[in-house]
Each structure stands twice: as C-alpha cells, then as structure tokens.
Design a protein around this ligand. Structure first.
Ligand code: LFR
Length: 489
C-alpha cells in the first residue's frame, strides 16, 4: 500500500530499457517494460547515434510502463555526447557517437595548447579523446556550432523532448571537461579551451531536482497524464554507483558493461600529479561525492568480438565454458590500448597485439575469450589498486555491478587477480540508482545509505572469494605492466 512506482529510462551503448521500479519499506522490485537495441549508424560524416529512434523507443517504453502507474520518470545514459539546439529549440544535425574518430587528432592538440596540468587542475578529468571538450573543439567552424544556442547532453536532450525544459544535470555535466571540479559550475575558461560561447551551456540541475511535467502531447501519447520527469544521476555510471549495495566505506566498485569503470567513492576530488599521470578521473556523484575512477575498455572487447564472429550474446554461454577450460595466461592484452576503441574487427586487433608483443595469437575462440577476460581482470586489479594508493584508502571488498556481474568467469578472475572478495550484482545497478534517486525525491527512501541497504537486502548478489594461484597472478600482472610480453619474457 505504501509502495510508490517509478519509471527509469536507461540507455546503454548497446541497448536501452524502460524499467518499472516499485519502492516501499523493504521493497525494491524492478520489472522491464521495454528493451531495445541501440545501434549506431555510420553516415558519410562519421559515426552517430540514432537519437530520434531511441526517443521513439523511449516513448514506446513509457507507454508500456504507464499501466503500472509511475509517479515520475528518470532518464540516464552514457556520458559525454550531446545534441545542439538552434534558437527555436530544433535539433541541429545527428548527435555524434563518442567512438567516432574525428577527435583523434584534435584532442592531443587541445591538450598541448591548454597544458595537460592546467586542464587537469581545472576539470580533474581523465584524458579520453572523446571528452565533450574535444568533440566541441573538433566542431569548430561548422555551421551547426555557429547556429547552436544550447548544448544538451543526451539524457537532458530526451528530457527536453519529454518536457520542453532545458538544463544540464550535474553528474553528466562533470564528464564534459567543461565543469570546474572544485566549484561544480561551468567554467568559462574551459569553454574557451573548447572554443565555444559559455552561453551554450544551460543551468546545472542537481540529481533529485524537478525537470518538469510531461508536455501535453507526450502525456497523451504515452498515457502518462500528470506525470513529471525528475533529474536523476543522469550519467549511467553515477546511477550505477548509487546502485552499489555497499555497507561499509572501504569498498571499491567496478561498473562493468560496455566499459569497466573501476574506482572509489570519495568525499572530494584527488587532482594530484600522480592521479593525472595514472589518468584517473574525478566525476561527480550525488550528495557532493566524487567518483574517482578510470575507464577500461570493458565488455566492449567481448561485444565487438562476438559481432565479428556473427554470434549473439546467447552463444556467449558456451564460449565462456570453453574459455574457462582454456589454458591460463597464454596471452595478455592491454585493454586500454587505443587501438581497441573504434568499432571493427576485434579478434584481428587482439591477435595483432599479441604478435607485436611476442605472444602467441589465441588459437581458438575459447582461448581468445580467456585472453580478453584475464586481461580485463588484470586491468580491474591495476585500477582498483592504483585508485586505493592514489587516494590513500584501504579497499577490503569490491562490488562488481552491471551486465558483467552475469559473467561468472570474469567475476572469479577479478576476485583472483585482486586477491579480494568480489560481490557481484545487481546486474541492473544503473536502473536501480535511477529509480532510487526518484524515490528519494518522492520521500520513499531517506538517503544514500538507506538506498544501498535496500538494494543489498532485496537484490540477488553473489560472492566470489579469491581462489587462484597468487604467484601466477603476480607474474601475469608484472607481464602486463611490461606491455604484454611473453611468459617469462
Ligand atoms: C559508461 C559510460 C562511461 C563513459 C562512457 C562514454 O556507459 O557512461 O562512464 O566514459 O560511457 O560516455
């Protein structure tokens, strides 16, 4: 009776979903109303998101969620990417995909001109060639940028289409490179580095604040009369960190989907020279927290491998069995190597990496998957350990949330590599974080600690304890630090 219902729109790089979440005392129940593929589209000018197609699926999903009676809607998605609006509010062009290569040459130039240290001191952001600040620099001189009056990040763009209200949600704004990590406001100096008029950047909104009621035509189309949109932690990773069922402060997290985002939740940013050298980011979380983490290529390596083999995720099960039986540590790759970023033939790139570093190219599908998963586990180890050292924190357990929590082999290898217990789940941590921020605004849950306790009490979690041979993981880690390299070499 004292349960409230919410609709969470969660767009990932490979699929989107609209989830109905019910929240009450001791209750957190999620059901999927609609799931759809998110397939990028290559046009002559580069790689784009099919953003109107995604919006159509969101509307379908909201219609499917309507009978459950949600009191509000929250939208989250991947970070960094944006649409530009003209003076009338019309979308200018098709938003680019962050894996588009047009920033490859621009990003290093911008960093060289602005100075890597100065940039990091201002925005505290890890260097990724696709950060919004570099995408905008690459757009310099285009008719679209000249006509643009408002920049909206993807969840804010969808929020605008749903409500007619414009704004910039804080957690996602913190991924652009245009936000001052100290003051949490847009920086005119960083806008100048991007070459844009700061007036393009709309007012910041805090997670939990109101976006606005649905436009009448949207309410009519979806059957959601009287329902409003609430700003959630609209960066999917920020929502996922809220969905981490941690009970003690000594936890590390790995949000493992297309990317593996591994790191710590901290009370303030760490912007030391060492943090910059290790390419750690200070993205913002709710309630003044900092997400001190680093991006690793994640399950993208597996997804692109399956795409090259023309297999779907159902086929993965059998292949994971083969990977589990494959010989350990025959070849290791550095998942962060820039060559793995764009779409394309992933198995060929992996084999090339192995050969170039004097390792045998994997001889079977199982062996190749084993190589990828061991390499990811080692990247998880490196990232969590480095985060702890840089922030001077102890990490006693690691939460692995997101789709990767389904991958038993990856979870076990991660526990083995880290020599720490890994608590896997929930798979839908992002949708949970989205729902719970709405629930807090509606008064159904008091604070972040209560959100995490509710998640821990209600969601299926699985504990992995380290079981591997310590010495072989130590030498594998050393090998990867040397850039791959043959066993014993
Ligand atoms: C994960 C994620 C990462 C971000 C990347 C690109 O989905 O949001 O946090 O670095 O996608 O936007």
């Amino acid at each position: 009776a004292d349960e409230l219902t919410f609709a969470a729109v969660d767009l990932g790089a490979s699929s989107g979903r609209v989830v109905v979440g019910r929240v009450g005392p001791g209750v957190l129940r999620l059901t999927e109303a609609h799931r759809f593929r998110n397939e990028p589209v290559r046009l002559p000018d580069g790689l784009h998101w099919d953003v109107t197609g995604l919006y159509r699926e969101v509307l379908h999903g909201l219609s499917a969620a309507a009978p459950a009676g949600p009191v509000s809607i929250g939208v989250d998605s991947w970070a960094v990417d944006y649409g530009l609006l003209d003076a009338s509010g019309a979308l200018l062009g098709v938003p680019y995909h962050y894996r588009d290569s047009r920033t490859d040459a621009v990003a290093p130039r911008v960093v060289a001109e602005a100075g890597a240290d100065a940039l990091y001191a201002a925005n505290g952001l890890q260097y990724l060639p696709f950060n919004t600040i570099f995408q905008l620099a690459a757009a310099a001189g285009t008719a679209q940028l000249a006509a643009a009056r408002t920049l909206l990040l993807i969840p804010d763009l969808l929020g605008y289409w749903l409500t007619g209200e414009r704004g910039a949600e804080l957690t996602n704004a913190s991924t652009t490179g245009l936000l001052d990590a100290g003051t949490r406001t847009w920086s005119p100096e960083l806008a100048a580095v991007a070459g844009i008029d700061p007036a393009l950047l709309p007012a910041i909104r805090e997670p939990g604040s109101a976006v606005g009621p649905l436009l009448p035509e949207v309410a009519a189309e979806t059957g959601l009369a009287g329902v409003s949109v609430t700003a959630v932690a609209s960066h999917d990773t920020a929502s996922a960190v809220i969905g981490v069922p941690a009970s003690s402060p000594d936890f590390g997290y790995i949000s493992c989907g297309t990317w593996s985002l591994a790191g710590l939740e901290l009370p303030r940013p760490v912007r030391t020279a060492a943090a910059r050298a290790a390419n750690f980011t200070n993205e913002l979380g709710i309630d003044g927290s900092t997400r001190f983490l680093r991006n690793t290529m994640g399950l993208w390596l597996v997804q692109e491998t399956l795409r090259a083999w023309r297999l779907d995720t159902d086929a993965l099960r059998g292949l994971l069995g083969e990977a589990a039986r494959a010989e350990p540590f025959t070849a290791l790759i550095d998942p962060d190597d820039g060559r793995f970023l764009p779409p394309g033939d992933m198995p060929a790139r992996i084999s090339a990496f192995c050969r170039e570093t004097g390792q045998p190219a994997p001889e079977s599908r199982g062996a190749l998957l084993r190589c990828v998963l061991e390499s990811l586990a080692l990247a998880h180890r490196r990232t969590i350990r480095t985060a702890a050292a840089l922030a001077d924190r102890d990490v006693r357990e690691v939460h692995l949330v997101g789709g990767g929590a389904r991958n038993e082999l990856l979870c076990q290898l991660t526990a083995d590599a880290l020599d720490l217990p890994v608590l896997a789940g929930p798979v839908e941590a992002t949708a949970i974080g989205n729902v719970l921020v709405q629930a807090r605004t509606a008064g159904a849950v008091p604070d972040l600690a209560a959100m995490r306790a509710l998640t821990a009490a209600t969601q299926p979690l699985r504990r992995y304890t380290p079981s591997g041979d310590r010495r072989s993981w130590e030498s594998a880690a050393a090998r990867l630090e040397r850039g791959g390299g043959p066993v014993g070499g």
